[in-house]
Design a protein around this ligand. Structure first.
Ligand code: SF4
Ligand code: SF4
Length: 462
């Protein structure tokens, strides 16, 4: 029952989420008590069986009648829905590539304290990708794409603007090669924005690249975690550059992406700060680090982080009500037009239909695995050599991951991040439990927000 329905409190209301159908209902407090009672009946919880008084305390609720309804629902099979068909859908997934993350520069002009790429070099030498390797990566993507027509390529680093001439050549080559193959490549560039001047911006706008622009929020927070290579403060220049970028593309096709750590557990204030700078597409995410890192999130931080997500959900609703919505990436779910079932059960595709490429052309399951021992999968000129790894990543879906098939958030999460699971537990099939807790809280906020905003629209339309 609790893996098929989830009832919770968000934005000062009670909600019921139907996991298999993706439906959301607003419910009252008494319904919560009845649902708790039904769930306890079903699980045979001996404590509740000994004192199943809860529904009797609700005026108008007769426990005998409720028991009869419950029995009828069970006979109808409502709480015994089988998901057995879903793994078979997965077998139809093509073993082809959809996306590449190109580490166009293993170098950086910042020295972020939490950088999982060891401030740009990813455990190796500081180096830039040559145009030849970048072109070979494009050829590899097109060759391996099979039935996929719409492909993705992200210029990543380190800092991609340090190798901007190669970025430009690669876009030109990619457009031409894709056209010849009757396909389309959509380009994204993820930058720390320190060198995002007018000339580069004009090119990126003209070519229609999606921009992911990194900034952590309040200057004191940002400057402490994201100093320049010379130790200098960077927020003033970065915020100015991001402001120019956002205005120049009329608030579209960008995300301002930040990271929160143990040092700014009040990160809702940082999101509001970024909103006050005029940015409307914002993603501020928990740092990728174990709890032993001085800035790593720890178990005892969770209640405070939940409260911040609640504040953010309230803020998103306020912004929507004021007609100036905040698109907060982590609350962006779409129950009505969400991804297909194949995507919902198979997750991010890292190591299977999405790979990362280093400056020397080596292939890894995703940007976070670059440099991790045992995860080199092949080379852009010779293809995938470690077919065992590809199989392992392809099989790391909801049905293989520990605890996921019983989790109410499974179709919103799709099994979590393989890299986090490996970082924390040394196994891509064992999800990072702290990450799960944060994901579930975010999904409660996101679902509540969907319901509240829908009601807001209905009220203003009537
Ligand atoms: S800007 Fe990115 S690559 Fe550079 S140090 Fe910071 S996190 Fe690392
Ligand atoms: S990774 Fe965690 S949150 Fe995601 S479906 Fe699995 S158990 Fe649920």
């Amino acid at each position: 029952m609790r893996s098929l329905f989830h009832w919770f409190h968000a934005l000062s209301r009670h909600w019921l989420y139907d996991v298999l159908h993706g439906s959301l209902f607003e419910i009252d407090h008494d319904t919560i008590k009845v649902l708790d009672w039904i769930a306890d009946q079903e699980s045979g919880n001996p404590e509740s069986a000994a004192s199943p008084a809860c529904p009797d305390q609700i005026p108008g609720v007769d426990r005998t009648a409720l028991q009869a309804i419950w029995n009828d629902l069970r006979v109808l099979g409502l709480f015994s829905v089988q998901e057995a068909e879903l793994p078979r859908i997965k077998q139809n997934k093509p073993a082809n590539l959809k996306a590449l993350c190109l580490h166009i520069a293993h170098d950086c002009n910042l020295r972020c304290r939490y950088c999982f790429g060891e401030t740009g070099a990813f455990g190796g030498d500081r180096s830039l990708m040559s145009p030849e390797i970048a072109f070979a990566a494009i050829d590899f993507l097109l060759q391996e794409s099979g039935p996929y027509d719409h492909l993705e390529l992200d210029f990543f680093g380190g800092e991609p603007l340090l190798n901007f001439e190669t970025v430009k050549k690669t876009v030109a080559y990619g457009r031409q090669a894709a056209q010849a193959a009757q396909k389309n490549i959509h380009f994204t560039l993820t930058t720390n924005s320190y060198n995002l001047d007018d000339e580069k911006l004009a090119y990126l706008n003209a070519q229609g690249l999606l921009l992911v622009l990194s900034a952590d929020g309040r200057p004191a927070v940002h400057d402490y975690m994201r100093p320049g290579a010379g130790g200098q403060a960077t927020s003033e220049r970065i915020l100015k550059n991001i402001g120019n970028a956002v205005r120049s593309r009329n608030d579209s096709d960008y995300y301002v992406r930040g990271t929160f750590t143990r040092h700014n557990l009040d990160f809702a204030t940082d999101v509001k700060f970024l909103y006050d700078q005029g940015f409307r597409s914002i993603s501020v995410e928990p740092v990728i680090a174990g709890p032993e890192a001085p800035y790593g999130i720890r178990e005892q931080d969770l209640p405070g982080i939940y409260a911040e997500y609640d504040k953010l959900a309230d803020f998103c609703l306020e912004c929507a009500a004021a007609g100036d919505p905040l698109r907060y990436f982590h609350f962006a779910i779409d129950l009505e037009h969400g991804p297909c079932i194949l995507k919902l059960i198979s997750g991010c595709g890292a190591g299977y239909d999405y790979l990362a490429v280093t400056p020397t052309g080596d292939l890894y399951p995703c940007h976070q695995f670059v440099g991790r021992e045992g995860f080199r999968m092949g080379h852009v000129t010779t293809g995938i050599e470690r077919t065992d790894l590809r199989q392992a990543f392809g099989g790391a879906d909801l049905f293989a991951k520990e605890g996921c098939t019983q989790c109410w958030a499974r179709f919103l999460c799709s099994g979590g991040c393989h890299a986090n699971a490996h970082l924390i537990n040394g196994d891509i099939l064992q999800p990072d439990r702290m990450g799960c807790a944060l994901l579930k809280k975010r999904m409660e906020c996101a679902l509540g927000l969907q319901g509240a905003i829908k009601e807001l629209k209905q009220v203003s339309a009537s």
